[in-house]
Design a binder for this molecule. Structure first.
Ligand SMILES: C[S@@+](CC[C@H](N)C(=O)[O-])C[C@H]1O[C@@H](n2cnc3c(N)ncnc32)[C@H](O)[C@@H]1O
Ligand code: SF4
Ligand code: SF4
Length: 313
């Protein structure tokens, strides 16, 4: 059976009785603080994956690294709340930030016990030295985006990255985790469902199982990007989102403190506030977020990025 989709409602715009009825029907009030956060500690990625908007974003967007003062302000507020997960990456390659292990350490030393810290990486900067610093950082989960176990499939999907040295990085990291005292972070391989990945999925599962590493296949999205949509790499037909929990549960923070709609907002079309001027709590409960959620809940999505967002299951 498929996972039940959790739906949310705005508890401030309904009476107590309506709120109670909605809860009985299994809906949840929008949380007063995000359950998850993504933080872009620096912009940009060194890879050119076939399915990723990274290849097409405008040169006119400002680029940079989040300064430590802003990072600490954000981390201090996030870690003072019970959250499900904090992801110190967003539309970038996180290990390109040379301070990332120290930033993870800062989060890990302060977070509530139930909060997990996770990154996704393409593993190209996962040298032995960085691997050691990550193992020592308190990171809970590390997903490697590794699209294919045949060099030609991998190198088509991941553009300029090379199969053999990056596989070596992943397998060395696995060995180092296995030898570490608490066997952390949890390591997984993650892929999006492009056609050539799905055609080879049994072989891929067997390959990673042999190395003792779990893998998963996640829905491919167009990420609001016509070039990704038109490439013909989708395994199934594109379909619109009937529901999306991102605006209700997760905040997305750029290197300069701007909060954008989600991980599909590569062109920064929807800025919901800036964390140099406001707190996360203020932005999350502020007018701009309320407008987005109202439009989404009223199925009035053509004025939102959500109106052109497609995915394949
Ligand atoms: C944008 S990347 C950033 C982190 C890192 N560079 C990496 O690739 O793991 C985060 C995740 O988004 C996924 N992703 C990229 N393009 C996607 C798309 N069109 N649909 C769904 N997921 C996508 C990647 O596979 C990766 O796991
Ligand atoms: S999926 Fe990750 S590694 Fe690939 S281009 Fe996008 S950001 Fe870079
Ligand atoms: S654009 Fe809208 S529907 Fe698409 S992932 Fe983002 S929040 Fe969800």
């Amino acid at each position: 059976m498929g996972k039940k989709v959790q739906r949310y409602f705005d508890q401030d715009s309904v009476s107590l009785v309506t709120s109670a009825v909605r809860r009985m029907k299994g809906k949840r009030p929008i949380p007063r603080f995000p359950r998850r956060a993504q933080i872009q500690t620096r912009t940009a990625c060194n890879a050119r994956c076939a399915f990723c908007p990274n290849t097409t974003v405008g040169d006119d967007l400002s680029q940079g690294t989040m300064d430590w003062d802003l990072f600490r302000k954000i981390a201090d507020e996030l870690t003072s709340h019970d959250m499900d997960e904090i992801h110190p990456f967003l539309m970038n390659e996180p290990l390109w930030d040379k301070d990332l292990p120290e930033k993870i350490r800062y989060l890990a030393d302060r977070k509530k016990p139930g909060t997990k810290i996770k990154i996704n990486t393409n593993a190209s900067f996962l040298t032995e030295g960085t691997a050691k610093r990550l193992i020592d950082s308190g990171l809970d989960k590390l997903n490697v985006s590794f699209h294919g176990v045949r060099p030609e499939v991998y190198e088509y999907n991941m553009g300029n990255l090379k199969f053999t040295p990056l596989l070596r990085n992943v397998l060395r990291f696995k060995e180092m985790i296995d030898k570490s005292p608490n066997r952390k972070p949890g390591l997984r391989i993650t892929m999006v469902k492009t056609r050539d990945i799905m055609e080879d999925r049994e072989n891929i599962k067997a390959f990673w199982a042999e190395h003792g590493i779990g893998c998963n296949f996640r829905p491919l999205g167009n990420r609001n990007n016509k070039e990704v949509e038109m490439k013909g790499i989708n395994w199934e037909e594109w379909r619109p989102y009937t529901w999306c929990k991102r605006p209700f549960t997760q905040i997305y923070i750029l290197f300069n403190g701007d909060c954008v709609l989600c991980c599909c907002d590569w062109n920064r079309t929807t800025t919901l506030g800036n964390l140099r001027h406001n707190t996360i709590e203020e932005i999350w409960n502020g007018k701009a977020y309320k407008r987005v959620r109202d439009l989404f809940l009223n199925k009035d999505r053509q004025d939102l990025l959500c109106g052109t967002c497609l995915y394949t299951r």
